[in-house]
Ligand binder design. Structure first.
Ligand code: AMP
Ligand code: ZN
Length: 429
């Protein structure tokens, strides 16, 4: 079986941990060059990878408080690129890269693509925003590293995306999952069927939470295999963890990151296989190493070995972020619980919006969801029954009764970036 970096990707756990210890000690030394870590990590070293638990955590707030250069571990002259979050409120999160860091990121990205079956014979269309967002350039360098013909299409402009696909025979695409339904609708409006009228066989989807049902819908619409891609800018961006062809969890590259899952309350490691917050440490980054970074993403390690032979552990689908959770009438709710129920109904599309509001001093939760086809809109009985069924299933899942509103296809507002699933208009007391 061919592997892209076979020796690294199939290391035994003992050898992988030995490599991690060497790289972690080097990383700690490098990190102490930064103003932030010079205060907390000076002189620290580990002998066993478990000793990482004795090191302090780093939080998003630490990054914000030390904006912009407090985590920089090299002379600014060595830095060749930065990526940052949009930061509409407060300081953005910024990550700096040296040329070494970019090369290493491109390798990880290429490994991910190879693991998902992409080859240098593929034509790869990247429908992700280029610029400060990492989905554009992060994928771009990985695609080139693997040797595919790359089409840096950027986000949006669906008619142009379709034309590019048809002109150049695109075989693989990358996009955020919430965009793909819109792209599909534009195919239909143009009288085209992506299954018959393109050469697509694979889509990479990620950058935002989505359920397995959502993935299966995308696969059916486009007649492709769709692979879950996970990353965050603090850990480079895409290329951190990715499904292989077996679609059975996302391999996370343990020669490049130490991965821990902790209880978000106690901050202690959870037993293997249990859900908790993902904590990550970079092992191959020079400009801005991060030690025990609390990602806020909730997931778990999948037990056992993957059929592909890669030994790097697999993460389960991200169920949400600890800061995504909202509380209504004392019930803790994650948007993905709602999506999981909605996607079971074939009569509704993938677009939905949860609005939280205050009515007569009480919290109300409104779930607007688009119907899949205009044909359904006129039938009052049909709409009533469907609303009732969805409401009941949601109540069983989230333990409160939401107000479900079925709306016309295309009526929920959408931007070019990641989908907004929850709007909280509640009066804060
Ligand atoms: P950003 O750094 O702005 O690209 O955002 C990174 C965040 O997007 C992560 O911390 C996750 O919360 C989310 N994210 C990225 N990829 C996925 C994925 N495949 N599934 C679920 N959430 C994801
Ligand atoms: Zn695998």
């Amino acid at each position: 079986m061919p592997y892209w970096e076979k020796d690294l990707e199939t290391l035994s756990r003992t050898d992988l941990e030995k490599l991690q210890v060497i790289r972690l000690n080097k990383t700690i030394e490098q990190a102490t060059q930064s103003p932030f870590y010079s205060k907390t990590l000076k002189g620290k070293q580990v002998r066993d990878i478990k000793e990482i638990q004795d090191l302090p955590f780093t939080t998003k707030q630490d990054l914000r408080d030390n904006f912009p250069y407090g985590f920089l571990s090299v002379n600014k002259k060595e830095v060749v690129r930065l990526h940052s979050s949009s930061g509409t409120t407060g300081n953005p999160t910024v990550v700096f890269h040296t040329q070494h860091d970019l090369n290493s990121w491109a390798n990880l990205m290429a490994r991910c693509l190879y693991a998902a079956g992409v080859r240098d014979t593929d034509v790869f269309q990247n429908m992700s925003g280029y610029g400060l967002f990492t989905g554009g350039l992060g994928f771009q360098y990985g695609i080139e590293r693997l040797g595919c013909l790359s089409i840096p299409a950027g986000a949006g402009n669906s008619l142009r995306q379709i034309k590019l696909m048809q002109d150049y025979g695109t075989t693989v695409g990358h996009a955020i999952p919430s965009y793909l339904k819109r792209l599909y609708d534009v195919f239909l409006e143009a009288g085209l069927d992506p299954k018959k009228d393109t050469d697509l066989h694979t889509l990479m989807i990620g950058a935002e939470p989505h359920t397995d049902e959502q993935r299966r819908r995308i696969e059916d619409m486009f007649g492709v295999k769709a692979y879950n891609s996970f990353g965050l800018s603090e850990m480079n961006g895409p290329g951190v963890a990715f499904e292989c062809v077996h679609q059975d969890g996302m391999h996370i590259w343990e020669d490049a990151y130490v991965v821990e899952i902790v209880n978000p309350e106690t901050l202690q490691p959870v037993p293997d296989g249990e859900y908790g917050e993902l904590v990550m440490t970079t092992l191959d980054r020079v400009a801005m190493p991060l030690i025990r970074y609390r990602t806020r993403d909730l997931t778990r390690f999948l037990p056992g070995q993957c059929k592909c032979g890669r030994t790097h552990r697999r993460l389960d689908r991200i169920t949400g972020r600890s800061d995504d959770m909202f509380i209504v009438k004392g019930c803790n709710i994650f948007p993905m619980q709602v999506e999981g129920i909605l996607m079971k109904f074939k009569e509704i599309s993938s677009d939905y919006l949860i609005t939280l509001d205050t009515k007569s001093d009480n919290d109300v939760m409104i779930v607007e969801v688009e119907l899949d086809s205009k044909e359904f809109v006129a039938d009052i009985n049909f709409l009533g029954n469907l609303t009732q069924k969805i409401t009941n299933e949601l109540r069983d899942e989230i333990l409160i009764k939401p107000v479900v509103k079925l709306v016309q296809p295309g009526s929920i507002p959408k931007g070019e970036g990641k989908a907004v699933r929850v709007v909280d208009k509640r009066v804060k007391s």
